[in-house]
Design a protein around this ligand. Structure first.
Ligand code: UN1
Length: 483
């Protein structure tokens, strides 16, 4: 089969290929010998060109007819949903999540565009009386301008969608950098956007490395705002560099999300919630539950049942219908998972099951979900984000101890509780410092139309998604007028 070479999208066109171009190979983690597609790597120059094109397009797009924006977003959403099977299979091949999960992700992406197609036309603005007689006050919002969007590899289409859709909706131009591990879904999305009738320069996509493309976006005085999802280290660096130009930032970083299981929980429900939140999508979600805090009365039964269910999960090829957990995204992430398993054992935790690489001919990055018990709160496996299917169980004696343990982290993205007690559920919803709280539901897996985000080391800036996205993608203008 011939391998296609694709390129970035700048100023209304896909960039022409040249023989001197540096190439990036997109490989399938279920079969690393297979190259899905090749991509020409963008460099600093091309990034500057994309930013300049976005800058030129910004004034016109900011004043564009809202109906034009609504129609464009609706077109993109409709096509994504119509091609869901094809896009989901492509996503599974490049990222490794199973097709069922990829379908859910593609639907979420399509629906985000559909949501913002509606949001464009919502009334906005406020009127006030002034404290000075004869003065009227109007408050309204305007686009921020040119937005840099830097997306991670773990949600190759949904995260780009939930950042790009509101950016365009609120009248901004976009310079989008997908993660180099997942360029194919990003390219497919850009190709759809390229046919949505947007003026040249409104949307640009650069496939290339963080050290050149990302760095140019972050340092550019012509970028007005940066929306980033990725690691804490990169997020901090973006915040530091963006401060030089007073660029607005929205950062979604790590998590070490707790799930509390109380004695009064329904055992089967608790196991379902833990299994899904910790291991599905190969644990590669910033919202994954990587710490389960269990009260003593249910602890042993919970661990026994969870171990049984964990052992029964089938790890394998992402595209196979009977696979529960696909491969880890690449060799580097696999090494990280394995090294945390060793660390956990050295720290004295008990590895109940999993935590091993599965040998296979294709060299696929298969890793069995790992369950640790006898964990102490100071252990690294309990404190640090692993970003893989590695779960630590902490035993406590009551809700108060469970709550204190859940709160004992610098992160604050998502937190869950499994209980039949209204009192504890209410207390947890009210007092948890996480940005998202789940009762009898996994910590991961969120809706597309409500605020998404966390606190502490997990997030900086205003919330993503839903109507709240407006706060990041617009500026507020207050006008005073003498009658
Ligand atoms: C989800 O749990 O449904 O990178 C979404 C991440 C998050 C998205 C999680 N920003 O994992």
């Amino acid at each position: 089969m011939t391998i296609v070479t694709k390129s970035s999208y700048v100023d209304g066109a896909f960039v022409a290929l040249q023989s001197s171009n540096e190439l990036l190979e997109n490989r399938n983690p279920s079969n690393p010998g297979e190259v899905i597609e090749r991509f020409v790597r963008a460099d600093r120059d091309l990034t500057e060109q994309a930013i300049a094109a976005a800058r030129r397009a910004a004034p016109g797009w900011a004043r564009s007819n809202p109906q034009v924006r609504a129609d464009a977003l609706d077109f993109i959403g409709t096509e994504i949903l119509a091609r869901r099977e094809e896009l989901a299979r492509l996503l599974s091949r490049e990222e490794g999540k199973i097709v069922r999960e990829a379908l859910g992700e593609v639907d979420r992406a399509g629906r985000s565009f559909k949501f913002y197609a509606q949001e464009v036309l919502r009334a906005e603005g406020e009127k006030y009386q002034s404290v000075r007689a004869e003065v009227g006050i109007d408050v309204f919002t305007q686009p921020v301008g040119v937005v840099g969007i830097i997306a991670p590899w773990n949600f190759p289409i949904a995260i780009p969608a939930w950042k790009i859709a509101p950016a365009l909706c609120f009248g901004n131009c976009v310079v989008f950098k997908p993660a180099e591990l997942v360029p194919s879904s990003a390219w497919a999305l850009a190709e759809i956007i390229s046919r949505a009738g947007l003026p040249a320069g409104v949307f640009n996509m650069l496939i290339g490395p963080g050290r050149s493309v990302g760095d140019t976006i972050i340092r550019s005085p012509d970028i007005d705002a940066i929306s980033f999802t990725g690691s804490e280290g990169t997020g901090k660096q973006i915040a530091r560099l963006a401060a030089e130009n007073m660029t607005r930032v929205q950062l979604e970083m790590g998590g070490k999300n707790p799930l509390i299981v109380l004695d009064d929980a329904d055992l089967e429900q608790a196991v379902d919630v833990a299994l899904n939140g910790s291991f599905f999508s190969t644990g590669q979600r910033c919202t994954a539950s990587s710490r389960v805090i269990v009260t003593a009365g249910i602890h042993d039964a919970f661990v026994a049942r969870l171990a049984e269910r964990t052992r029964a999960l089938k790890v394998g090829e992402a595209l196979a219908a009977d696979t529960d957990i696909g491969p880890v995204v690449d060799g580097k992430q696999l090494e990280q998972n394995l090294s945390y398993v060793t660390i956990g054992q050295q720290e004295g935790a008990r590895l109940v099951c999993g935590g091993e690489r599965i040998d296979n001919q294709a060299g696929a990055f298969y890793f069995t979900p790992a369950l640790f018990t006898e964990v102490h709160p100071e252990m690294r496996i309990y404190r640090e984000e692993i970003f893989g299917p590695v779960l630590s169980v902490l035993k406590v004696h009551n809700y108060e101890q469970a709550f204190a343990a859940a709160e004992d982290t610098p992160f604050g993205l998502s937190a869950g509780i499994v209980t039949t007690s209204l009192k504890y559920a209410e207390h947890f919803k009210r007092h948890s410092s996480a940005g998202m709280v789940m009762v009898n539901l996994p910590t991961a897996g969120v809706d597309y139309h409500v605020p998404f985000g966390g606190n502490g080391a997990s997030s900086l800036g205003s919330r993503e998604q839903g109507t709240h996205a407006r706060h990041f993608f617009t500026r507020v203008k207050t006008t005073y007028q003498l009658a």
